[in-house]
Design a protein around this ligand. Structure first.
Ligand code: C2E
Ligand code: CA
Ligand code: CA
Length: 407
């Protein structure tokens, strides 16, 4: 089932159970007496179709399953839209044992989910090869995390009103020996899947704090957290330990979380965030506007910053709605007395709009591309006072390759 977890979290377990029962009934209605239906885990079902004349009937069944489960379900009168992704595998070509067959169906399912969900895919031998490559990459990544074969790049965050440099966001990069530098959008999900995202996050936190502690200018450093880091383990103790070890003042550390952290286990997440805040660490709400953007989350925790997602900034020039949303979020931040940061600012006309709206901070290619900390050496080590103005290139109206603050 696609997005079952969200239904469960939003409507509660009783409604979730109702959804599962309805799904089971619908599957039963689609199957014949000779077929076998089972539930493998939380939201995963298996349908074993027997006595089929040709592979086409498996495809036809998959189509019927997608169509039937695509229709809204109404647990306790609430209307919910779940859908199903289906992976199809055939005996004996795709697998000769039950394990082999389920594994092949699983690979096809993975593909269906990756290609938009609410659809089905049939197993192809190439999937096994791709999965093997992905596993190999995952092994490489695990090793890289253990050996510290990653590095951090930094992007400046600048005050719009006076052009002062406030700090940097640390962004992880993986140097793969044969594939080159790999972006976090690729490897963070890989670490999540492999179950070692906490180790990755710990490496990032420790490295960012260590590097920032070495800067002569005491600017702030922002570190991204995966939801897993907040909801599992003991994050406040880890952060405490890292601060002690690196000597970084807690006031200089900012942790960025996304809304999904609060959706998963709100009470626990709030408890963790409050402990971090009590230590003097600032907490920023990242990618605001992309998730549920439930205003109750803003009410439930005193965030120190709201970061408007870069997709809204990218559309400022040609989309009235984006302008309205950015304006509204900046207004919301002002009413709540929470500074708002615009992400992904690339052009001076975007900056001009944000300045007119009294948005406090910006971050984006206009303030500098994420780069090694050495490229910011002049700002960090030459004894300049913190908060010197960043020349934001008033005449240039395009993305900048060189950091705007150089020179
Ligand atoms: P994010 O936190 O929203 O980080 C900002 C991303 O926007 C970065 O991509 C940055 O390179 C990119 N960016 C900055 N300025 C501009 C701009 O003007 N235009 C455009 N188009 N893009 C801009 P990056 O480094 O690839 O990171 C992607 C995402 O990966 C991050 O999004 C963050 O969610 C995640 N991430 C990065 N480092 C870490 C990490 O250490 N831990 C965890 N858990 N996640 C990380
Ligand atoms: Ca971020
Ligand atoms: Ca962001």
């Amino acid at each position: 089932l696609d997005r079952f977890k969200e239904v469960n979290d939003a409507l509660g377990h009783l409604a979730g159970d109702e959804v599962l029962k309805t799904v089971a009934e619908r599957l039963q209605a689609l199957a014949r007496k000779s077929d076998v239906i089972g539930r493998l885990g939380g939201d995963e079902f298996v349908l074993l179709q027997t006595e089929v004349g040709s592979p086409d009937s498996a495809v036809a069944l998959a189509e019927r399953v997608c169509r039937s489960l695509g229709e809204a379900i109404s647990p306790n009168g609430e209307r919910v839209e779940v859908s199903a992704s289906v992976g199809v595998a055939l005996f004996p070509t795709d697998g000769e044992t039950s394990e082999g067959l389920i594994r092949a169906a699983d690979m096809a399912l993975y593909r269906a989910k990756n290609e938009g969900r609410a659809t089905f895919r049939c197993f192809e031998p190439a999937m096994a090869e791709r999965l093997r490559q992905r596993r190999a990459m995952q092994r490489d990544l695990r090793e890289a995390v253990m050996c510290g074969d990653l590095h951090l790049v930094y992007q400046p965050q600048v005050n719009v009103g006076n052009g002062q440099l406030l700090g940097f966001e640390a962004l992880a990069r993986w140097d793969h020996p044969t594939h080159g530098v790999i972006a976090p959008a690729v490897f963070v999900p890989m670490a999540e899947e492999g179950g070692f995202v906490a180790a990755l996050g710990e490496w990032v936190l420790r490295s960012a704090c260590r590097e920032a502690a070495a800067w002569e200018t005491p600017l702030s450093v922002a570190v991204n957290l995966s939801p897993h880091q907040v909801t599992q383990g003991d994050l406040p103790s880890l952060v405490q330990e890292v601060l002690l070890e690196t000597g970084l003042n807690a006031k200089r550390l900012e942790l960025e979380i996304t809304e999904s952290v609060l959706i998963e286990d709100t009470d626990r997440a709030l408890h963790v965030l409050r402990r971090l805040k009590a230590m003097g660490i600032r907490i920023a709400m990242d990618d605001f506007g992309t998730g549920y953007s439930s205003l109750s989350y803003l009410q439930s925790f005193p965030f120190d910053k709201i970061k408007i997602d870069r997709s809204f900034i990218a559309n400022l020039e040609n989309n009235l709605h984006s302008r309205a949303i950015v304006r509204a979020v900046v207004g919301l931040g002002r009413s709540l007395a929470v500074p708002v940061v615009a992400e992904g600012v690339e052009t001076n006309s975007q900056l001009a709009f944000l300045r007119d709206e009294h948005c406090e901070e910006i971050q984006g290619f206009l303030t500098g591309r994420p780069q090694s900390v050495d490229s910011f050496r002049s700002l960090l080590y030459k004894g300049e006072a913190p908060g010197q103005p960043m020349p934001l290139r008033p005449d240039d109206d395009g993305p900048t390759d060189t950091p705007a603050l150089a020179g």
